[in-house]
Design a protein around this ligand. Structure first.
Ligand code: AMP
Length: 326
């Protein structure tokens, strides 16, 4: 189980941190993927844009390779059982631990005028999202590690207090390290909300991709033989390795070692490989986005399957807590 917020266009971090694994998992696992529309309300977006954002995220998920016939693709707000489980889990979540969460502290820094309770209890709702399907594996990027640890704690506390019901969910990347796609300006990760010029979106057109890559931060100092790779350049190599063949990446790494690297050439190569990677996803997403009849069918199918799974979990949760009187 996993989810993505409809808070803007999806980017390379969403793709390599999450979507890529969703696509691989749908062949081997019983998968539930949702558009996390409730979660997006924590930052008070203009809800006039919500519908188009949700349809866009759905289209981008499908364009990236999710097959709604195999994986269950649904909208969070259409499954009210999630809200009930969230309420039950809130009794097992403590103010102190929620306040210490990194993403909460980050949001307090970014929007000090809007530190609402939904923001504080975000990890509880996220735990409910996962636990509502009694899911074990959660394909997410590295930024979600702490939330997953909290979800495991909430599952353990529930099982301990009321009786065994939930598996302990774990972040999942096919046995490999979780991914963090860095931003192009050398500061932090790519994200939907921070510096838009340092983030590559799956909806960016070819010119925009080229412009962003050519502007990426490299190194200002002179390059000598065997000089240390600064973080900005290391990040660029990392991004390159996502879309460029291994031998080409190695060639530029060798060039750096020799002190002969020309960053402009490297960035041109990266820009062209990035265009080749993003263009087919963008074009496919664009056409799916305009096919509302199809998207409606996808969502209805998703609602039915996710609703069934969620209904069964809530029935068991009520029973095990003894919220059942006759
Ligand atoms: P969000 O966009 O915050 O709703 O995140 C959706 C998914 O994308 C989550 O699984 C995140 O871990 C993942 N994700 C977001 N940004 C990045 C990034 N820069 N690198 C890797 N994964 C990311």
């Amino acid at each position: 189980m996993s989810g993505i917020r409809p808070t803007g266009f999806l980017h390379l971090g969403n793709y390599f941190g999450a979507l890529q694994n969703y696509v691989r998992m749908q062949d081997e696992y019983d998968c539930y993927f949702m558009v996390a529309d409730w979660h997006s309300l924590t930052t008070h977006p203009d809800t006039k844009e919500l519908r188009s954002s949700v349809l866009r995220v759905l289209a981008e998920n499908i364009a990236a390779g999710i097959d709604p016939e195999r994986a269950c693709l649904y909208l969070q707000s259409q499954i009210p059982e999630i809200a009930e489980l969230y309420l039950l889990l809130n009794m097992l979540a403590y103010k102190g631990e929620l306040e210490k969460t990194n993403t909460f502290k980050e949001k307090v820094r970014l929007q000090p005028e809007n530190v609402n309770a939904g923001l504080l209890t975000y990890p509880v709702l996220q735990a409910a999202d996962i636990m509502i399907h009694r899911a074990k594996y959660v394909p997410v990027g590295k930024d979600q590690e702490q939330h997953l640890e909290m979800a495991r704690n909430f599952a353990q506390r529930f099982n301990h207090r009321y009786g065994e019901l939930f598996p302990e969910p774990a972040a999942f990347n096919f046995g490999k390290e979780l991914v963090k796609v860095p931003s192009l300006d050398g500061a932090g990760k790519m994200s939907k909300s921070e510096n838009q010029y340092a983030t590559l979106y799956l909806a960016d057109n070819d010119d925009m991709i080229r412009k962003k890559v050519m502007k990426a931060k490299t190194d200002t100092g002179p390059i000598k033989e065997n000089s240390e790779i600064p973080e900005t350049v290391h990040n660029l190599f990392l991004i390159m390795s996502l879309v460029t063949g291994k031998d080409v990446v190695m060639h530029y790494e060798e060039e750096h070692k020799k002190g002969a690297i020309r960053y402009a050439d490297m960035k041109k190569q990266l820009a062209e490989d990035m265009v080749k990677f993003i263009t087919p996803i963008r074009e496919k997403a664009e056409s799916i986005y305009h096919d509302e009849k199809y998207l409606k069918q996808v969502v209805e199918k998703g609602r039915e399957k996710a609703g069934k799974s969620a209904g069964e979990t809530i029935r068991l949760a009520r029973e095990i807590i003894r919220l059942k009187y006759f």
